[in-house]
Design a protein. Structure first.
Length: 292
């Protein structure tokens, strides 16, 4: 395994009730990650040098044994973080019960334009309300955006000002099919992204790393730059126990495979190539920064 791979993104479920129209999740299936599969995954990841896991979805708060998943990782000496869309009273309550055990909680939200595209109701205001209810050292509002104007950008900045909540930004990535249905081209969508970035830049200090990420994403979508090999520092574990170098990777090894087979897979070089969807998921942390 690459010496830089010290974390793993773990899917707690193969389905998600939010079902965003622009979702870039790699897996689509029913059922939850079982405790037995998860425990074996933690054991194999620990042997490979992984130091922390991030629980993602589907929706982690829907997992019937979420507290156990968190505690198991802690027992293996790993840090635990979570990405969630928790909004309902029961979801927020479940999250709050484990919040003090987590190093980080990221709550997903969408801009008004993204909510229209994705048919979601994940407002930034409701995301901040969820974060306020959680006792976790590090809190992040992850905003997926599309068609943002200065007024909306100002409202989001006001929501997080003085709260200690960090902001991560991700532009909506429309597929070719979605663009055709919406009578748009890739270049039209990139022009919209440029307008969005300008509006957000009026109220957030966008890091150079994030601007570089947007430039890389643009070149990937226009095929102006050859897709480079995956070099993610984060492994991915699917809800059925498949371990990949990348969520969108074509090759994987099961956590139920013999140790030697798992080790050979992790020690071998990743053969996957970066595409826009996985680039959005596996950005280096230094590229995520946006300060109000």
């Amino acid at each position: 395994m690459s010496a830089s791979a010290r974390t793993a993104l773990v899917s707690t479920a193969g389905h998600c009730e939010v079902a965003c129209g622009f979702c870039f999740r790699a897996d689509r299936a029913r059922g939850f990650l079982t405790t037995a599969t998860y425990t074996r995954a933690l054991s194999r990841l620990k042997e490979a040098g992984v130091e922390g896991v991030c629980l993602t979805g589907g929706e982690p708060t829907h997992h019937p044994a979420l507290r156990k998943l968190v505690r198991l990782a802690l027992q293996f000496g790993m840090t635990v973080s979570m990405v969630t869309s928790a909004r309902s009273e029961s979801e927020v309550s479940t999250l709050a019960e484990v919040g003090h055990l987590l190093t980080n909680v990221t709550v997903s939200a969408d801009s008004q334009g993204a909510m229209t595209l994705g048919r979601t109701t994940r407002t930034a205001a409701s995301a901040v309300a969820t974060l306020d209810a959680v006792d976790t050292p590090s809190k992040v509002l992850h905003l997926t955006y599309w068609d943002v104007d200065g007024e909306e950008a100002a409202q989001v900045a006001d929501l997080v000002a003085g709260t200690g909540i960090d902001v991560q930004l991700s532009p909506v990535l429309l597929s070719e099919g979605a663009l055709r249905r919406d009578s748009r081209s890739i270049r039209d969508s990139l022009m919209q992204r440029a307008r969005d970035t300008a509006a957000l830049g009026q109220h957030f200090r966008l890091s150079n790393g994030y601007r570089s990420y947007l430039d890389d994403l643009r070149q990937l979508q226009l095929s102006e730059k050859e897709s480079h090999p995956c070099r993610s520092a984060t492994l991915y574990v699917s809800a059925d126990g498949g371990v990949r170098h990348c969520p969108y990777g074509a090759s994987e090894v099961s956590v139920h495979a013999p140790r030697t087979e798992i080790r050979a897979f992790l020690d071998g070089p990743a053969t996957d190539r970066v595409v826009p969807d996985c680039a959005a998921i596996c950005r280096p942390a230094s590229r995520d920064c946006a300060t109000a």
